[in-house]
Design a protein around this ligand. Structure first.
Ligand SMILES: C[S@@+](CC[C@H](N)C(=O)[O-])C[C@H]1O[C@@H](n2cnc3c(N)ncnc32)[C@H](O)[C@@H]1O
Length: 222
């Protein structure tokens, strides 16, 4: 994490993140959440770029109620795992999917202190949109990247889309660690090769501009 710039904001003390996120999902319908995307077009483009087969295992970390899951089911992907710290978000996602929920595995667990995720079989694709940037301590970031390294298969992919270095300093009332592709590459280490990266300005449901960096890495060790 040597080249990381520290977030300007202080980590809130004694915050119960599980409760925090559950309340966020209780208070606000999915389409009004600050991070809601009707279509996750950039993520879908990158998943297509991997050329993974439709039965590839895709782990969505901090999936929340993302409509990406519905769209990938519609495209024929059969092996998706939706993780989140908030059980409320995953219950909402499950209810929205209806009969299609049987095509998804739901896993409530903390990426920074995993008790179930760390027991998963390795996956073909790790997908994170708007999650890693909430982890502000070195311990939390280390736990996250250790889990990536444990869970991604050789020749598998890591797709991380987080707030760009010139992006907003807060999201959902929480301070953020912002990134560029070099910081992500350093944290992943030499076993992962950067396939592509680009900046993308997400327009949130209230018209605000939120610059993200999208990165796709491939695991190259064997
Ligand atoms: C800004 S939302 C993004 C949701 C989704 N990825 C999307 O793009 O719509 C961040 C998500 O990360 C989840 N999250 C936060 N901390 C987490 C943790 N430690 N482990 C797992 N999920 C977490 C939150 O509950 C929330 O659903």
């Amino acid at each position: 994490m040597s080249s990381m710039t520290k977030s300007d904001c202080k980590v809130p003390e004694k915050i119960n993140y599980k409760e925090y996120w559950n309340i966020a999902y209780q208070k606000t319908p999915t389409e009004k959440l600050g991070w809601f995307e009707e279509k996750s077009l950039k993520t879908i483009e990158l998943i297509q770029q991997t050329q993974l087969p439709k039965d590839a295992s895709i782990l969505h970390v901090g999936a929340g109620t993302s409509t990406l899951i519905d769209d990938l089911i519609a495209e024929g992907y059969t092996n998706q795992i939706a993780n989140d710290l908030s059980e409320k978000s995953l219950v909402d996602l499950k209810n929205r999917l209806g009969a299609d929920a049987s095509k998804v595995t739901f896993l409530v667990d903390d990426l920074t202190n995993p008790t179930k995720l760390d027991k998963l079989a390795q996956v073909d694709l790790w997908n994170d949109r708007a999650v890693l940037h909430f982890f502000l301590t070195e311990a939390a970031q280390k736990a996250y990247f250790n889990l990536v390294k444990k869970l991604v298969k050789p020749n598998g992919f890591v797709l991380i889309a987080v707030f760009a270095i010139d992006g907003a300093e807060k999201c959902c009332g929480l301070p953020l660690q912002r990134y560029n592709e070099t910081m992500l590459a350093e944290s992943l280490g030499n076993d992962f090769s950067l396939i592509t990266s680009f900046k993308y300005t997400f327009i949130n449901p209230f018209g605000g501009e939120r610059p993200y960096v999208y990165t796709l890495f491939k695991r190259i060790d064997v």
